[in-house]
Design a binder for this molecule. Structure first.
Ligand code: URA
Length: 482
């Protein structure tokens, strides 16, 4: 801010952001300012309540670019990092993002320069914000209260370090879709009534209820998921800073659980029931975890977990598309790779026809193990139940959090449920994007196995519809990329 203070008010532009997490408005204004050639040191970015508030409403009116001005360049890596960095509490974040965007215009490869101070700082902000979100997912604890109408309502108190509350609303909506809950924080509040999400003003600790019977529920839940095999006391304390302990009923259990950890671990290894309670932070960690997963009966059949595969980063040629199927089939189970059998081969042909390079796509399944019934030597595919899909959603959500696809194509009803957490009709949902949180969107189409089961006119019709869906996805990806 000091650089801006030294110039005359008439020489700088003040951009008033409406909210401290307003990435979209920042992006819109930043594009126009870059197009008009306004250098970073002539702009003050002002967020409500921020230290630059004294600039609010001052400065020159913002310039508008000519219609034929060259579009602004911003590569995927920059946009990915910028979306998170914009949620950081650092008051300089919007200025930093603008400076990087400005520099990207003359140096499109700047994001690859790991020694550049601006690039390093934006990476650090992104990391801090992801960590804060991870903590919110892990440490929010609801207390049960009865409201004026005698209905149960679950209320949690959480203190985030950054402006992450709105960005994480979708996570809690999906996880606790069927109960009424509120999350109160000093940075704003979220209220879910089972159908709609409302946002409210910041709250105070005293607005949230203190201990009540639901704590017993959390205590026994935590004790049951506590994984002694993963116990590292030092890292546990750094992962779960004391700041959060007062909100966490299970914290009182920790000494006892540590004491019993070794014998429980031995029993779990024996019983083959190792559990994973933290969201994995890498694809490798998910791969390892799904092999040990026995949260539903499918994992106990004679099969192996099949992990998603493909690029997930621009430097690996990732197009931003994640394709999700139902579950591995017989051949996928044998090969340990998704979509290599007949359905996969049909998918490959249609992708090629649509001009989508499979090598640029992250391909995965909503259920990680092959569900079948044995008939003689043959293993016949069985559809997973809604409960099994919902149990397995933990893994696809973990993959999504790491891969961060711009666009997800869910093939078939199981895949759609795996992403949305509810059942939708393919014929009604196909062809139109469904906005997901974190700025990505979902497209739904039929499963290629369905096409394989048809013949004659019905097969031709469905193949045409499938091609049309893939073509729409390809077009939309190109739009999103530009
Ligand atoms: N069907 C799927 O849904 N996934 C695969 O990997 C193979 C067949």
């Amino acid at each position: 801010m000091s650089a801006q203070r030294q110039i005359e008010p008439s020489a700088y532009y003040v951009v008033d952001l409406e909210r401290p997490d307003d990435f979209d408005l920042w992006r819109e204004r930043a594009r126009a300012l870059v197009q008009c050639g306004i250098a970073p040191d002539r702009i003050a970015w002002v967020e409500p309540g921020g230290s630059g508030d004294l600039f609010a409403g001052q400065g020159r009116s913002l310039p508008v670019p000519e219609d034929d001005t060259r579009p602004v360049r911003a590569n995927r890596r920059f946009v990915q990092l910028a979306k998170n960095a914009a949620l950081h509490s650092d008051p300089q974040r919007f200025a930093l993002l603008y400076r990087l965007l400005w520099r990207l215009q003359s140096n499109p490869r700047i994001m690859e320069d790991k020694t550049d101070d601006d690039v390093r700082r934006v990476e650090e902000l992104d990391k801090n914000v992801r960590r804060d979100s991870h903590k919110m997912h892990a440490f929010v604890r609801f207390r049960e209260i009865e409201d004026a109408d005698g209905e149960m309502h679950y209320v949690a108190w959480f203190e985030p370090d950054h402006h992450i509350v709105r960005a994480n609303a979708g996570f809690f909506m999906r996880r606790f879709a069927n109960i009424r809950w509120s999350i109160l924080t000093p940075r704003g509040t979220l209220h879910w009534d089972g159908e709609t999400m409302r946002e409210g003003p910041p709250a105070q600790r005293s607005d949230a209820p203190q201990g009540d019977p639901v704590e017993d529920l959390w205590r026994s839940y935590y004790a049951s998921i506590f994984n002694p095999a993963r116990l590292k006391v030092g890292s546990m304390l750094s992962e779960m800073p004391k700041k959060y302990w007062k909100n966490m009923p299970e914290a009182a259990l920790i000494p006892e659980l540590i004491a019993g950890a070794q014998s429980r671990e031995a029993r779990m290894v024996e019983a083959g029931t190792l559990e994973f309670e933290d969201r994995p932070e890498t694809l490798d960690a998910i791969d390892k975890a799904i092999h040990a997963c026995r949260k539903c009966p499918i994992g106990s059949l004679d099969n192996r977990a099949v992990m998603g595969e493909g690029p997930h980063d621009a430097s690996q040629g990732f197009s931003g598309l994640m394709i999700v199927g139902e579950q591995p089939g017989d051949q996928e189970d044998e090969a340990g790779r998704p979509f290599v059998g007949p359905a996969g081969q049909l998918l490959d042909r249609h992708l090629e026809r649509a001009g989508i390079d499979r090598a640029s796509v992250y391909v995965t399944n909503t259920v990680k193990h092959f569900k079948y019934v044995q008939r003689g030597k043959r293993r016949l595919h069985q559809s997973p139940t809604a409960k099994e899909i919902d149990t397995c959603r933990w893994w696809i959500e973990s993959e999504r959090a790491i891969v961060q696809p711009k666009l997800i194509l869910a093939m078939g009803a199981s895949a759609a449920r795996g992403i949305l957490g509810k059942t939708v009709s393919i014929s009604k949902a196909r062809g139109e994007p469904i906005a997901l949180d974190e700025g990505s969107e979902l497209w739904i189409t039929a499963h290629p196995s369905y096409l394989l089961r048809l013949d004659g006119e019905a097969a031709e019709k469905q193949a045409r519809l499938f091609d049309a869906d893939l073509a729409a996805v390809r077009e939309r990806l190109a739009e999103l990329a530009s």
